[in-house]
Design a protein around this ligand. Sequence first.
Ligand code: MG
Length: 380
Amino acid sequence: MTVRAPAGYAAIVTAAGRGTRAGGAPKQWRDLGGRSVLARALDAFAGFDRVVLVVHPDDMGLALRDHAGGVTIVSGGDTRAASVMAGLEALEGQATHVLIHDGARPLVGEAVIQGVIDALQAGAPAAAPALPVTDALWRGADNAVTATAPRDGLFRAQTPQGFALDQISKAHRLHPDDAADDVELALKAGVPVAITPGSEDNLKITFPADFARAERILGTAMDIRLGNGYDVHAFGPGDYVWLCGVQVAHDAGLVGHSDADVGMHALTDAIYGALAEGDIGRHFPPSDPQWKGADSAIFLRHAADLARQRGFIFGNADVTLICEAPKIGPHAAAMQARLAAIMGVDASRVSVKATTSERLGFTGRREGIAAIATAALMKA
Ligand code: MG
C-alpha cells in the first residue's frame, strides 16, 4: 500500500551523501531485507506523479541500473542544500507541492506521508513530521554531565518535509548556504512550518546497528513465507488408505515406504518449502529402514516444530487431494482436525478438499492419488 498523492504533488528523494558511518558502501545502496535502503525509500512515493531521485555523480550508473523507470534521476551537488536545489530545479513548473525525503529513511510509512500531505492540503505552506523528545536532555563533557536542559517544546525532526514548491524554491535561492534540513531554510525565509506526526519506525540509517534495528522492524511486519508441496502414491494391494491422518476404507491401498499418506506428505513438503528446508526425503531418507511403514504424523510434526523453532506461526494450510475414489468429502472435517492437531493449530486454519481429474491421466485411470498443498507461515 502506498499513499496516492493529490495531483500536483511531487517527491524528491535525496541520496547524494557518501555517508559511510553505517560501514561499507554508501548506506543508501546497501541491502535491507532483500531490497536496497534507497529502493524502499522510493517505494513509499510510488503513488506520486513525479519523483526526483538525487544521487552522487559517482552513483549515476547504479541509479540508472536500479531506478530507471518512473523516476527522474539528477546529479547532486557538494552540499545537501545544493542537492535538494538540483531536485527542485528538475521540478520547476511541473508541480505545486513537493515532499523532500531523506533516502536513508527506508521505513517511512503511509501515515507519516499522509500527515504531511493533509497539512499542506489544509493550507499550510510547509509541514514536516517530528516526534516530541521524551528522554531527559543533558549537556556533557568528558563523560560527565555538566548541565541538564529542559525538553519542553523540543522535537526530533524527520522527513519527508513538505512545501509549496514556489516557497521552498525561493527559500533555497535566498539562502544557498547549507542547512541541517529544508525546514531550517524555510524558517530562515519566513515560511511557517506545521508539525505533523512522526513515527519511531521512520528511523534514519546512520550507524551499523541501525541496519539491525530496521531489519527487526521489517521482520515483524513482513516475514511471511509460502511453500507448496506435491506428492503422488500409486494404488496397490489393500483395503484402506491413509489420507491426511485418517484411515479411509477403499478397494486398494497406497504403496509407499512409510504409510504413504500422500496428503500429509504434500503438506509436510509445503512447510519445509516455506522454510527453504528441502523436503521429507532430506529429513527422513527413504534409504533409512527405521521409516518403513512410519506414521507420517512424525514428518508433519517435525516440519511444524521446525517452523516454530524458527519463530514462525502458521497462517494457514490448504491441501487438495486429486483422485476419482475414495470419496473425500465425508472425511474432510476429520482430516482437517487431525492435521491441525499434529501441527498444533486451530482447525479453522487447515483446509482439506478434493477434486477428480475428470478421468484423465493417472489419477483419472485410478492408478493412484496425487496431492498438492500450500502452507503460509508468519514470523511471530
Ligand atoms: Mg510421499
